[in-house]
Design a protein around this ligand. Structure first.
Ligand code: FAD
Length: 469
């Protein structure tokens, strides 16, 4: 009898719940990845490029261990029917289940196909420390606010690392669908190259070790300053499943006690929290969670949106952040908060536009965390920033990029500027502009909106929506 281990966003051979069971329970095992064109985001998408680069890295890791990752390319139902025709004695499939969004819908469709084919599905929780349904209030409902959720989260026993004995598996290693593999390879050649991006379990583990050794202790103080670059950068590896969150948690937990360690663990709990919120509010991809803010009259000015995406708003910290995203596929957390606040409050543009732009660009794109982060910044989520407490991009810049080093790195037009005015170059006198080689409105844009005015308009729009509802 043949079993299939169907990898999706769990691209690793270590600490993998479904893979362990598949190895322990199967006579012969087929390792498989299904490329579904329904999910493609376009060739400009760094999210997509990173995802498939990771699949390719994983394929090579498996080959180095003497196995083969079978690629199926095309419509899901057609692909699995083809597999059954080819491998008649295929009886079981092992997966790490998705609890929400696209993955959940896909698993529902796949479940029906497997049933029709007479294949038994074995599904495991693997992506989070605590799955969505596990943490409830004493009255059996789901939490809406992070702090009480986290208090409960802390009390619960944490899962250990799962030992996987990959060498014990009898892996089928003849490539079954050569045409599909070829199609995948030609698809890969059309993706953004992302040369600098190191992916795979080895890179993820090295990153984790380096972070724990060099940054964990100071994480609480340093994590808010983009130029210090003192966060773990594990989000892309977690999103792709190149490292298990259990491995991350247990490694960090076993480090010397510190406020940094506790703060980092709290961030892993935020990841669980947003997973729970998305699983329990499936409508939140397309709708604000807070009913009171579903009637906001967004301005949705396309020209302003375009300037925001390109980093041409005239607010240097916002522009530097957007350019970091466009150039690297990643953005520092503090900057995600600043740019999301700027889009939704200063430009009064619908948070869903921003969420979709981040989806296209982020190499660590995770729907639950992204939607959660956007709804937090837009004040429309369950536990968002209050709508009247609006980030001032200039003071945020002065506080978190005091010397302007981060701005100079990503906004070369301003690289000659030192001192306070780098945070608001519209304040430069004509003489100063000449002296620093930057003419405002020509070399670098004047602010596209006035923060003071926009703040008033945003508060009025939120209050109006509240009244209508
Ligand atoms: P670290 O500071 O090292 O944190 C460690 C890990 O904790 C992260 O890798 C991540 O898995 C988790 N984490 C940290 N902060 C958060 C948070 N606020 N919410 C959920 N999990 C968190 N994170 C994503 O992984 N994918 C996204 O698509 C995403 N979109 C976001 C959009 C907005 C508007 C905002 C405000 C935040 C978003 N975040 C997202 C959360 C956060 O910005 C990133 O997880 C973090 O910047 C990743 O860098 P890091 O791995 O160095 O983080």
């Amino acid at each position: 009898m043949v079993s299939v281990m169907w990898f999706r966003r769990d691209l690793r051979l270590e600490d993998n719940a479904a893979l362990k069971q598949a190895i322990d329970e199967s006579e012969e095992l087929l390792l498989l990845f299904h490329v579904n064109p329904d999910q493609f985001l376009g060739e400009d998408s760094s999210n997509q490029a990173a995802f498939f680069k990771s699949v390719d890295t994983f394929r090579k890791e498996i080959e180095n261990s003497g196995g083969v990752l079978q690629i199926l390319y095309g419509d899901l139902e057609e692909c699995f029917k083809r597999l059954k025709e080819r491998v008649e004695d295929w009886t079981d499939v092992y997966v790490n289940r998705d609890e929400k969004g696209y993955g959940l819908q896909r698993d529902k469709v796949a479940g029906l196909v497997f049933k029709e084919l007479g294949v038994k599905t074995h599904a495991y929780y693997d992506h989070h420390i605590h799955p969505a349904h596990e943490i409830k209030t004493n009255t059996g409902s789901y939490y809406k606010v992070f702090t009480p959720y986290f208090n409960k989260w802390k009390e619960l026993q944490k899962p250990n690392v799962i030992e996987v004995n990959f060498n014990a598996a009898k892996i089928r290693n003849d490539l079954l669908f050569k045409e599909d593999a070829k199609q995948f390879e030609s698809f890969l050649t059309n993706q953004l190259p992302l040369h600098e991006l190191e992916l795979g379990t080895k890179a993820a583990t090295a990153r984790l070790d380096h972070f724990v050794e060099s940054f964990l202790n100071e994480y609480k103080e340093a994590r808010d300053y983009p130029m210090k670059d003192a966060t773990s950068h594990l989000s892309k590896h977690l999103r792709l499943g190149e490292v298990s969150v259990r491995t991350v948690y247990n490694k960090v937990k076993s480090a010397e006690p510190s406020i940094g360690r506790d703060t980092f663990i709290q961030e892993l709990a935020w990841r669980d929290f947003y997973n729970m919120i998305y699983a329990t509010h499936p409508e939140q991809k397309d709708q604000s969670i807070k009913e009171a803010f579903r009637q906001i009259e967004w301005d949705n000015n396309e020209e302003n949106f375009d300037k925001w995406t390109k980093g041409l708003t005239g607010y240097p910290i916002v522009d530097a952040a957007m350019r970091q995203l466009n150039e690297t596929g990643w953005m520092h957390n503090r900057l995600r908060m600043i740019t999301a606040s700027f889009l939704t409050k200063d430009l009064l543009i619908d948070w869903r536009w921003g969420e979709r732009y981040f989806q296209e660009k982020l190499i660590d794109y995770d729907p639950a965390s992204n939607i959660g982060g956007w709804q937090w910044a837009a004040s429309t989520g369950t536990d968002g920033v209050p709508y009247f407490r609006i980030f001032n991009p200039t003071t945020q810049s002065e506080k978190f990029d005091k010397s302007g080093e981060f701005i100079r790195k990503f906004v070369p037009e301003l690289k000659q500027l030192h001192g306070k005015k780098i945070h608001d170059p519209s304040k430069l006198t004509v003489e100063e502009q000449d002296a620093h080689g930057v003419i405002i409105g020509q070399d670098y844009p004047a602010p596209i909106v006035s923060h003071k005015k926009s703040r008033e308009l945003a508060i009025a729009a939120f209050e109006k929506s509240k009244k209508i509802t």
